[in-house]
Write a protein that binds this ligand. Structure first.
Ligand code: AMP
Ligand code: GLY
Length: 424
């Protein structure tokens, strides 16, 4: 088979790395890819939302399956574009159509979906500029902290958690009346604050059956001890010690099954990954959010733990025969430590030369924001690498990641040295 992966980040490299190991693979292309994916297949300079460029690529390279990494092309309808095109309509796309992608593309849609299908989640209400005053009154009925969410995609920045009622009211007005997050905040979801520990569960579905992939915990803040600004993710651990078999069974019964059957009842033919952000509230799972894709850096620990052939599983999704595919998971713990550019998540410089990233025997060095320029590899984003290692414990795995992280050289390198520590 010839496979095309869309994306260029720390999520797409492990996809490419894993698919490159498949016996079913002939040629692998990544659009646009990064300096790491170039070692798993061929990078092609086509943007993830350049649908016409993607069409030409699929035609030229005789692609048999497309795996979509990021949410943006899914929410913009890349899968629908394929289905509506004479040339592309029989090429399977892994990733939901526009309707299913709304689970991530609209917080209001996903909350309505959860309430309709009995999926446990925080109580909420949605407001627009027409009823902003009702929103202010609703805030009065809640206890702090206050959770305000821009309805649409806001590059991971659309959620505000505020301790003061005055601040929450001010922000609600700024989101609705002053378009704080552009059109993404023309609707705002206000919801109850859930107290607990966060983790993520990933599901791969062909619309009928599903496989629950390994769970992961990520580290969102830039600073050690979970302090400072939010980032895309500074590290991840899988499995999650507090998500034992009994907890995952609860997640399956209370969340995964009603989600899959809810999609069916609503006529949404969903084929792809569902990333379920959860809060473990005294042993009970509640959904914080759905994403219509895998997570980054969670993919960097989840995919390496899958022992089975990922391309075989994706073929199962494409042909709705996922239930017949082999699915085994490694028992060992995987950890990943993310190396970022100095200044991230604020302003940072790109184009720094990277050395010593390809000699590690103990870790897999996944590339996130890198690019090849002639002989050199340069930084090209905030998150530069995700260093994944295995061990019989979190301690053992993360120690290896730190040894490798220390060796990698570029100006301004920073990483958190406490990944996994809270779980020991
Ligand atoms: P989201 O983009 O919906 O994942 O929200 C970003 C982050 O805000 C989550 O990862 C949580 O840490 C936090 N968060 C979102 N909703 C809630 C909630 N209802 N209660 C507590 N924390 C929340
Ligand atoms: N690590 C969080 C995300 O991918 O959205």
């Amino acid at each position: 088979m010839n496979v095309l992966i869309l994306g260029s980040g720390g999520r797409e490299h492990p996809f490419a790395w894993k698919i490159a190991q498949s016996k079913q693979l002939q040629n692998l292309y990544i659009a646009p890819g990064n300096a790491g994916t170039a070692h798993c297949g061929t990078n092609v300079p086509v943007a993830v939302d350049d649908f016409e460029g993607i069409k030409n690529l699929v035609w030229e390279k005789d692609i048999n399956l497309v795996l979509v990494g990021p949410e943006d092309p899914l929410v913009k309808g890349v899968h629908d574009y394929f289905l509506n095109d004479e040339v592309l309509k029989d090429v399977p796309v892994i990733g939901p159509k526009k309707d299913g992608a709304q689970l991530e593309g609209s917080k209001d849609f996903s909350k309505q979906f959860m309430f309709k299908h009995g999926v446990p989640t925080a109580r909420y209400a949605t407001f627009t500029k027409e009823n902003v005053n009702e929103g202010l009154v609703f805030l009065d009925t809640l206890k702090p902290p206050y959770v305000l969410k821009a309805d649409g995609l806001a590059a991971g920045k659309g959620v505000l958690i505020l301790d003061s009622l005055d601040e929450a009211k001010k922000e609600l007005k700024s989101m609705l009346l002053d378009s704080k997050f552009g059109s993404a905040s023309s609707k705002v979801v206000i919801e109850e604050f859930l107290k607990g520990i966060e983790l993520s569960v990933f599901v791969l579905t062909d619309g009928k059956s599903y496989k629950i992939l390994p769970a992961a915990k990520d580290y969102k803040r830039i600073g050690e001890g979970d302090t400072g600004l939010n980032t895309g993710g500074m590290g991840a651990v899988s499995p999650v010690p507090f998500a034992d078999d009994a907890f995952i069974r609860k997640v399956e019964e209370k969340i995964v099954k009603p989600t899959i059957s809810g999609l069916n009842k609503d006529g949404i033919d969903y084929r792809g990954f569902i990333f379920i952000g959860l809060m473990n509230c005294s042993g009970e799972p509640y959904v914080i959010e759905y994403n219509c894709r895998m997570g980054d850096p969670e993919t960097e620990v989840v995919i390496p733990r899958i022992e089975s052939d990922l391309l075989d599983l994706l073929n199962g999704v494409a042909t709705q025969s996922l239930d017949k595919r082999n699915f085994d998971v490694k028992k060992e713990t995987a950890t990943t430590v993310v190396l970022v550019s100095g200044g991230y998540p604020g302003t940072f410089e790109k184009g720094k030369e990277v050395t010593n990233f390809d000699s590690s025997k103990e870790s897999i060095v996944f590339h996130s924001g890198t690019k090849q320029e002639q002989e050199k590899v340069l930084t090209s984003g905030g998150r530069v690498f995700a260093v994944t290692s295995f061990g019989n414990s979190i301690e053992e795995a993360v120690r290896k990641s730190f040894v490798t992280a220390e060796k990698i050289q570029y100006q301004g390198k920073y990483y958190r040295k406490d990944i996994g520590r809270d779980l020991l």
